[in-house]
Design a protein around this ligand. Structure first.
Ligand SMILES: [Zn+2]
Length: 505
């Protein structure tokens, strides 16, 4: 699919305000073009809030409406998201006012090297229209007709081109993430991926016998949903093979729980709403593959697995106390069916490990990306992803690098580390079980609630046999995006695919 079909409107580079064919000028910087200096001075003279709220007025000099959405006063602790937010607010105000062709003046920043790119991404954020509205009400498919961008640097064209590639990935992630439990049920995610990522190599595992034999933990979660044909789970493998010999291999597994009822440990007390967003990990992985497919890195090999499954409740529900043996041969006792995210990803992660070994792929780095725990939300706070390296990735300094890159591109991370007690916590309690999948308290009331699942994923996939002292150390990073992917019912953010793309491609 061409990138244009994935963009929210036509986007063009403007050279001069007067020749841009815009119907409104969006400004976020306090430094304004010479034609506006006097009028801005006058506004400041009578309006003490002028540089802290969004204003809309007409410039007599330019004969053009202006939306002024000032960048917040910066402290030492602010980051480039301040630019993104100002740009998003300016577009929001312009759309509310009824304008259709805004021109955004994109400022540079001495302090933030990527301010221009991030400002453009912030503006594009605001233009996203949920897939179901685009499909059901085509006349509302676009919020504006055209976005013009004036960036005063010789790199303007490159910045916009890069922003559009990144945005196309974010569109894919948002589409899958935002779709309701029916529109983005597993079979329909497969259709969507077939349509959008048609040029990538693909393998879809949906046969029940194969799932039960090769992906038994996924199959347990899928058992209730499998009773309804349109809800049946599938694991969608995607592969990008670079034109040159690969220097490294990225292998990403995404949690794609299309609806999480909690299963038989049902989410009670009104906490189920919003659980259609429990697929934002797989959505991010699909979005990342869209960026890979556009950028076509010369020597980076990428394999992805979208673990699409609905955690339904019914007579076939898997329940606590069941014993299952993982693909890697580890016996697991289910402790809480609402801890389905780790279950649905584990065997695909194990398969990635096997592929890396069997095919002797160069410098493999495995990932799981998931809206996994409420604990991530209380521990990191809204807007922050959490990266947890295994020993091998940590030795390579990976999570810190991801954090640094994310910080400079407006997708910040907290870094967590694994401790021996995170592994001990999961150990089986009685003969016959190697690992207990979860305790029966919410992660928010469990100390180390977001680190423990990362340890679980290492233990049940056999990745614990590929540590620093092993014959074949393998890098693995678990990313919990419960706090960064979306705050329901807000539109999913598509985090952390910009940070991942900038770090790894
Ligand atoms: Zn759950």
């Amino acid at each position: 699919m061409g990138i244009e079909r994935l963009l929210p409107c036509s986007v063009k580079v403007a050279k001069l305000i007067q020749k841009s064919s815009c119907d409104v000028l969006c400004i976020i910087d306090r430094q304004v073009p010479p034609e506006l200096v006097e009028q801005f001075g006058e506004c400041r003279a009578f309006d003490k809030a002028f540089d802290s709220v969004v204003s809309c007025f007409k410039s007599q000099q330019l004969n053009l409406p202006v939306v002024y959405s000032p960048i917040q006063e910066l402290s030492d602790y602010h980051d480039v998201r301040t630019y993104q937010k100002a740009a998003a607010k300016s577009l929001e105000r312009a759309i509310k006012a009824g304008f259709k062709s805004p021109l955004l003046l994109v400022p540079a920043s001495k302090r933030f090297a990527n301010a221009e790119l991030c400002t453009v991404l912030g503006a594009l954020d605001q233009l996203y229209v949920p897939i179901q509205l685009r499909e059901d009400v085509p006349e509302q498919a676009k919020r504006i007709a055209q976005l013009s961008l004036l960036i005063e640097t010789p790199r303007a064209e490159d910045i916009i081109k890069e922003a559009l590639v990144l945005e196309s990935g974010r569109m894919v992630a948002r589409d899958i993430g935002v779709g309701d439990p029916e529109r983005m049920a597993p079979p329909r995610v497969e259709d969507y991926v077939n349509n959008v990522l048609s040029s990538l190599k693909k393998e879809v595992i949906s046969d029940l016998d194969v799932l039960q034999k090769d992906y038994p933990l996924f199959a347990a979660v899928n058992r209730a949903a499998n009773q309804v044909s349109r809800h049946r789970g599938r694991i969608i493998f995607l592969e990008y093979v670079p034109p040159k010999p690969a220097r490294k291999t990225l292998m990403l597994v995404g949690k794609g729980v299309t609806y999480d009822t909690g299963g038989a440990d049902i989410k009670a007390g009104g906490v189920m709403a919003g659980m259609s967003r429990d697929k934002c990990g797989a959505a991010a992985v699909a979005g990342f593959m869209q960026i890979v497919n556009e950028q076509k890195p010369a020597d980076v090999h990428v394999i992805a697995a979208l673990c699409m499954v609905r955690n339904s409740v019914g007579e076939e529900s898997y329940v606590s106390d069941e014993i299952h043996t993982s693909r890697a041969g580890v016996r697991i006792r289910v402790g809480n069916t609402d801890a389905e995210g780790r279950m649905c990803m584990a065997d695909a992660l194990c398969r990635m490990k096997e592929i890396a070994i069997e095919r002797q792929l160069p410098d493999p780095h495995l990932f799981t990306i998931a809206t996994l725990t409420g604990h991530a939300c209380i521990s990191a706070g809204d807007g922050y992803s959490i990266a947890i390296d295994n020993s091998v990735a940590q030795k390579a300094g990976h999570a810190r690098l991801l954090q640094e890159t994310g910080q400079s591109f407006g997708e910040p991370f907290e870094v967590s580390v694994l401790r021996p007690d995170d592994f001990d916590f999961n150990k089986g309690k009685v003969i016959g079980e190697d690992i207990v999948q979860a305790n029966n308290a919410p992660s928010t009331r469990t100390p180390r609630g977001h680190q423990i699942p990362a340890a679980f994923l290492i233990q049940v996939t056999g990745l614990d046999k590929h540590g620093l002292e092993s014959n074949l150390p393998i890098k693995y990073t678990h990313i919990d995006i419960a706090a960064s992917a979306c705050v329901f019912p807000e539109i999913p953010t598509a985090a952390p695919i910009v940070a991942l793309a900038k770090t790894h491609l």
